[in-house]
Design a binder for this molecule. Structure first.
Ligand code: URA
Length: 424
């Protein structure tokens, strides 16, 4: 086989066989095929797409490019969740202990921040002492003891995706439905859960900008999961504005604690209840309505928060010591009107610049910085009222850049729903 011929095949919209895809991925992993050749192929895939068969084959080859986690030491139905990434998305911090408090085990492997979106592991590490790199044995023991553990992805999990994703990030080839679906599902399947709930973000702060593309991605990932006998559902949720009020690692942990104690912003609470109820429904084989009742009860009776405390204690974190910057600047609105839009992407980028995210993989995160919104889309604000607070350490604040994230006008566009649809 010849890589140039295979690139030409995709460029001319022909279908790659499983053997050809295997030749490409394995050749790239052992450096026989070069970055520039894979870049050309990725761009051809972005432009010409792939058939479902090609996507299943690609996922399978990536899945088997490294270790597959052995969770046979956990004897209960294991339920996983995944979000395609958004701004202020702290749902895993809340959902993992919440679902575990309902008796469903959640062995969770999570990632760090990526681009303008945050990562669960960075958020948890803003709790002083919290350990995220546990051995597999400790991870399994913890899940058996308390029903939940959240660790960083360890070992040689889907090395093909690690290498290809890094290249996609710098060649304008991230936004491709076949590539996103195979990337996410190969990693999810390598984590060996029995059931998967996917939160596919849609909107201006997400990878999928419109409902049609998000539906295609959701349907594809559900089909891939189900093909492996892993019951998978996808919830399409709105990411036009940040989720909740807090953006930034420590601030997001505090907001998560509010939700776990039965408070918290309504959009975040609504999404948490939706995702957690599907997980509990799948894990316990009960109806969505029955699961929702359990989830709501445990958010209000303290059991979900108690499980979060257990999780933090087990992983050596000090729940009373969460990094929050003491330097706080209040930004006041310079207009009167309704907040019609909040640009989640730009705001996520500003928080990343403050130090909450990385530009290079070795960058050190500043856990205490971030933004706490005081208003969300649909709210009314007067000139001079507080729009948000910025938590900083050393960086300067570009106030105009922040104002540019908000559209404040006299009348509102119709509000969009938070949850668009569920794909089973
Ligand atoms: N997240 C992933 O893990 N992979 C993608 O391709 C996009 C988002």
């Amino acid at each position: 086989m010849n890589i140039v011929e295979l690139i030409n095949k995709k460029r001319t919209k022909k279908i790659l066989t499983k053997d050809e895809l295997s030749f490409i991925i394995n050749g790239y992993l052992n450096d026989e095929i070069k970055d520039y050749q894979i870049s050309a192929l990725l761009m051809a895939i972005c432009l010409n797409g792939m058939t479902d068969e090609e996507i299943y084959d690609l996922t399978n080859i990536m899945l088997h490019s490294g270790d597959i986690i052995d969770l046979s030491g956990i004897n209960k139905v294991k339920v996983d969740k995944h979000s395609t990434g958004g701004v202020g998305d702290k749902t895993t911090l809340i959902i993992a202990p919440l679902v575990a408090s309902c008796g469903v085990v959640v062995p969770k492997m999570s990632g760090r921040s990526l681009g303008h979106t945050g990562g669960t592991i960075d958020k948890l590490e803003s709790i002083k002492g919290f350990k995220t790199n546990l051995s597999r044995e400790t991870f399994i023991k913890q899940v058996n003891d308390i029903g939940v553990s959240i660790i960083s992805q360890t070992g040689n999990l889907v090395p093909a995706d690690k290498k290809i994703y890094a290249l996609r990030d710098v060649t304008g080839t991230v936004e491709s439905i076949p590539l996103i679906a195979s990337s996410i599902m190969s990693k999810k399947l390598a984590c060996s859960a029995d059931k998967i709930v996917l939160d596919v973000k849609v909107g201006q702060g997400a990878l999928m900008k419109n409902l049609d593309d998000a539906s295609k991605l959701g349907e594809l990932m559900v089909k891939i999961g189900n093909n492996y006998g892993v019951e998978t559902i996808a919830i399409l949720s709105n990411m036009d504005q940040p989720l909740g009020y807090a953006i930034g690692n420590g601030l997001e942990v505090l907001e998560s604690i509010d939700v776990l104690k039965g408070n918290g912003p309504s959009d975040l609470v609504e999404l948490v209840i939706e995702l957690a109820s599907h997980m509990v429904s799948l894990g316990k084989k009960i109806t969505f309505e029955e699961a929702k009742l359990e989830v709501q009860t445990n958010l209000n009776n303290g059991l979900a928060y108690q499980k979060f405390e257990e999780l933090v204690n087990y992983q050596h974190g000090d729940i009373n010591n969460i990094s929050i910057s003491s330097k706080v600047v209040s930004i006041k609105s310079n207009k009167t009107g309704f907040i019609n839009k909040i640009d989640a992407l730009k705001l996520g980028e500003i928080v990343r610049q403050l130090g909450a995210g990385r530009y290079h993989k070795d960058d050190v995160i500043d856990y205490g910085v971030g933004i706490l919104l005081n208003r969300k889309v649909g709210d009314y604000i007067l000139d001079g009222e507080e729009l948000l607070k910025v938590y900083i350490s050393n960086s300067d604040i570009q106030v105009q850049e922040i104002f540019d994230c908000f559209e404040i006008i006299e009348s509102l566009d119709p509000l969009k729903p938070l949850i668009y649809k569920v794909i089973k």
